[in-house]
Design a protein around this ligand. Sequence first.
Ligand SMILES: Nc1ncnc2c1ncn2[C@@H]1O[C@H](COP(=O)(O)OP(=O)(O)OP(=O)(O)O)[C@@H](O)[C@H]1O
Length: 340
Amino acid sequence: MIEARGLRKSFQTRKRGKTTAVDAVVGIDLRVEAGEIFGFLGPNGAGKTTTLRMFATLLPPDGGEAVIAGADLLRKPAEVRRAIGYIAQGGGTWDDVTARQELVLQARMHGIGKAEAQRRAAQSLEAFELADYGDRNCKTYSGGQRRRVDIALGVVHRPKVVFLDEPTTGLDPQSRAHMWDMVRKLREEGMTVFLTTHYLDEADALCDRIAIIDAGRIVAEGTPAALKREISGDVVTVRVAAADAEQVGAAQSTAAQSTAAQVTTAQKAADLLAAEPYARSAEARDNGELRLAVDVGESAIPRIMRTLESAGIELSTIELHRPTLDDVFFAKTGRSLRES
Ligand SMILES: Nc1ncnc2c1ncn2[C@@H]1O[C@H](COP(=O)(O)OP(=O)(O)OP(=O)(O)O)[C@@H](O)[C@H]1O
């Protein structure tokens, strides 16, 4: 339903009279099958919105090509526009009109006749659980209700593909869960959904397949389960105890010295553990923590503790966790998406 090859985009920015180029998207290749909820997961500034805007014909690519719902993005943009719905990050509802009025207007703008437009507006209000507020001005809606109106507006013409830019950003947990149900409903109705998110749990729970994007490049693609399986094993996170002043060679320990010593100790621990047969990898991080990829966490933990104890390294905490999409992100980029 969506196929992209080598799609790229740079922006020129001027700072103190100097022009510099920002490479927002650096060659995206991807394939989205019909009827999927496909998630584009990445940190702020990764290039998600830029890619989405190119797919939605709102931004001309600098290079590459894409076919969306059978139409060539560069040669047949009008055909692409007819086949898609695009729901921008900020949404677009007006304050002083009702959701029903907005829906009728939007349907009419797509060339739908008046009676059919009214029928579709009523149907959308039902489908998006807005019937109770449909005749109230949009300014009286909650954030979650507004976001549902945005999506109802984006799909009133029944597109084949729906592009959703961060559909749940800023929503409370209950509204987010509700929104996920709405997105699943779009798929049930046969639409292909392409959404962007920087929420790991959203990508994991909602999306059939995801692509992880970082610095304008796709670094991983697959089902959340397959991506987690790929890095496989368990992850053990160890935090070494804050060191005392002696270790940093100072008479008086300051917080900064203590952290520096912790980082040094974590590195020493990582070097030691990386040589152990049960460790697939061990990396110290700049907050005094180290992450170990192991096959079976439960049996690795006592061995890790023994190794560190015999080297005189004191632990403050040790935690076991099953791989998450953040671990996948970490494995691919060397950073945590949570901290990006
Ligand atoms: N019009 C523009 N002019 C200059 N730089 C831009 C422009 N639009 C985007 N960028 C830059 O391109 C990069 C990618 O931005 P983009 O908005 O696509 O990221 P994103 O992944 O959608 O981020 P977010 O999650 O914050 O929305 C960023 O470095 C951004 O600052």
